[in-house]
Design a protein around this ligand. Structure first.
Ligand code: NI
Length: 174
């Protein structure tokens, strides 16, 4: 199969386990810069995974295999960059907590005040008698965003906390 990627080797991390290889010899040197242009490369995937990929293309209504693979690669790149700490990211921290837990509200409030500048918006939903759902829209250095999410998740009484991130840097879409 043929897929399109904008970075040499980036596709390596995007697909789930199993055999895979990327034939770099098909990459044109002139197309390996990170902005603009399209590079063609061939990859080898287990047959079953190709069938899964095609099903996913259909299910998601993606324009092509290339478009879907490019999306998966971008997701993996953003995820990777978010661990380096330097990249600016935007995203949401979604959490559910029992507001009856001792000192929980005060701890969460303190952490959010300490993360000055990171939180741009907060939505609070009283889910049930016990549980609250809170969604924090965040923007800033990846390391700080991730640290805040980890700190909130660690507070006793927080049942679930998940950080979803995207990039704030403009990217060409294939
Ligand atoms: Ni509430």
């Amino acid at each position: 199969m043929i897929l399109v990627a904008d970075r040499n080797g980036a596709a390596n991390n995007s697909l789930r386990g199993g055999r895979k290889s990327i034939n770099h010899t098909n990459m044109k040197k002139s197309n390996t810069n990170r902005s603009g242009g399209v590079a063609r490369l061939s990859v080898s995937l287990p047959t079953g995974l190709v069938a899964d990929l095609d099903e996913l293309v259909q299910a998601k209504g993606a324009a092509s295999r290339s478009g879907l693979v490019a999306d998966l690669v971008r997701e993996a790149v953003v995820e990777h960059q978010s661990r380096t700490g330097r990249q600016n990211v935007a995203g949401a921290i979604t959490m559910v907590y029992d507001h009856h837990a001792r000192n929980l509200q005060a701890k969460l409030t303190n952490l959010q005040h300490d993360a000055e500048g990171l939180i741009v918006s907060v939505m609070h939903v009283h889910l049930s008698h016990h549980d609250c759902l809170e969604v924090l829209a965040v923007r800033g250095a990846a390391g700080r965003v991730r640290k805040l999410a980890d700190q909130l998740a660690a507070v006793r009484g927080v049942k679930h906390a998940k950080l979803t991130i995207t990039t704030t840097e403009h990217q060409e879409t294939a």
